[in-house]
Design a protein around this ligand. Structure first.
Ligand SMILES: Cc1ncc(COP(=O)(O)O)c(C=O)c1O
Length: 389
């Protein structure tokens, strides 16, 4: 037998995704209803598609500058400057290959052996493995469905120690849909800045806030940009995740380092995708309003349907397109979701995908039609009645 490759041992920090596991199994079955999808189910709005095609036709298929397409950086600086009341310029931005690369750059440029990163569970799948990949350790803060997965800012502040280099926030959050109030963000950002700790804020769902509430961006907090790194993208807002366009926002000083790092990862982003993103950000925003309206209807319905489900603890998420109900404490969500898929062909994502403390949870996505949501619960409600825990 030939010896296996001598992989970098740091790769062991990257687990097999629970999402892939469920998808692979579901692919072998018929009549599965997916409440597992992590991407918008709407077509990309036509004017964005047109701009993409037009960019291809005009031979805009070559490398951009390191930081990204100047037209995109400029429109982003204007939009975020207006939203946050900060004076932002192009040098405060770096275009990346989706928010995924933005998060990779932010986390792995700060985490290192001997350093700790505070992560709030349930946490988006990239955060903890990336800290591990960079040799850092994770300090977990646990939140629960009973609290609607809101975090107590004091708990985060108490966890900040001499080894803490960063706190990762994600509001609206995946997998919970939870939106933190401005007061939570302010308290965490202030305390982090005072201690020289960076707040990395993943804000990919910032436009998918379903209730009237204050902005959920850390850019609105009263701290210097040197202490903040914001990651976002066009993926979810405009239903164009395959175009792979995202960005980082921070101080000019921080971005000099991150830009250098970026040239060693993907060099530059996708050029036609960046032109499509300019069209998305500058064009008519009613497409976003329509999608948000649809998510709101689905959220309202799924919250009602969960109330009819025996054994599942629900709550009212205020953003994104996820909800993460929990089973009674100590129950195994992984075994439960597998059984639910096998017995009634409804596919959800097991909670342990999002952290050790989330074993009794399951993520349901409502990035699917109301009809499919109704059909899934028609199967789930009677099935759950028969379960005993
Ligand atoms: C919380 C969160 N951050 C980042 C991403 C990655 O976004 P992108 O597709 O722009 O790379 C996702 C995608 O599911 C997400 O849910």
């Amino acid at each position: 037998m030939t010896p296996s490759l001598q992989w970098n041992p740091a790769l062991s920090a990257l687990p097999v995704s629970g999402i892939r596991r469920m998808f692979n199994l579901a692919a072998t079955m018929e009549e599965v209803i997916h409440l597992s999808i992590g991407q918008p189910d709407f077509p990309t709005p036509p004017h964005i598609v047109e701009a993409h095609v037009e960019a291809l036709r005009q031979d805009k298929t070559h490398y951009t500058l390191d930081a990204g397409l100047p037209e995109l950086l400029s429109v982003l600086a204007q939009i975020y400057g207006k939203l946050s009341g900060r004076k932002l310029v192009e040098e405060n931005l770096l275009e990346t290959t989706g928010a995924g690369e933005a998060i990779f750059l932010a986390v792995t440029s700060l985490a290192a052996p001997g350093r700790e990163v505070i992560v709030i569970e349930p946490s988006f799948v990239l955060f903890q493995p990336l800290v591990g990949l960079a040799g850092g350790s994770v300090r977990r803060i646990v939140t629960t469905a009973e609290q609607g997965y809101q975090v107590d800012p004091q708990e985060v502040i108490d966890a900040m120690g001499p080894r803490t280099c960063a706190v990762i926030l994600n509001s609206p959050g995946n997998p919970t849909g939870t939106v933190y109030p401005a007061s939570t963000l302010e308290a965490i950002c202030q305390a982090a800045a005072q201690r020289g700790i960076t707040v990395i804020s993943d804000e990919v769902y910032d436009r998918l806030v379903l209730d009237e509430m204050e902005s959920s961006s850390v850019l609105n907090c009263d701290v210097d940009l040197d202490h903040l790194i914001v990651a976002s993208s066009v993926s979810k807002t405009y239903s164009m995740p395959g175009m792979r366009v995202g960005w980082l926002i921070s101080s000019r000083r921080n971005l000099q380092t991150l830009r250098r790092y970026h040239t060693y990862t993907t060099t530059v982003g996708n050029t036609p995708g960046q032109w499509a993103s300019v069209a998305a950000l500058q064009g008519d925003q009613s497409c976003v309003d329509r999608m948000v309206g649809e998510y709101r209807k689905r959220r309202d319905r799924i919250v009602e349907l969960l109330e009819e489900c025996r054994h599942l603890q629900g709550y009212r998420p205020q953003g994104a397109f996820y909800i993460m109900p929990s089973l009674p404490a100590g129950e195994d969500g992984s075994e439960f979701t597998l059984r639910m898929l096998r017995e009634i062909r409804v596919c959800a994502i097991p909670g342990d995908t999002f952290g050790e403390s989330c074993r009794n949870g399951l993520r349901l996505s409502y990035a699917t039609s109301l009809e499919r949501i109704e059909a899934a619960f028609e199967r789930m409600i009677p099935w759950l009645e028969k379960q005993s825990f």
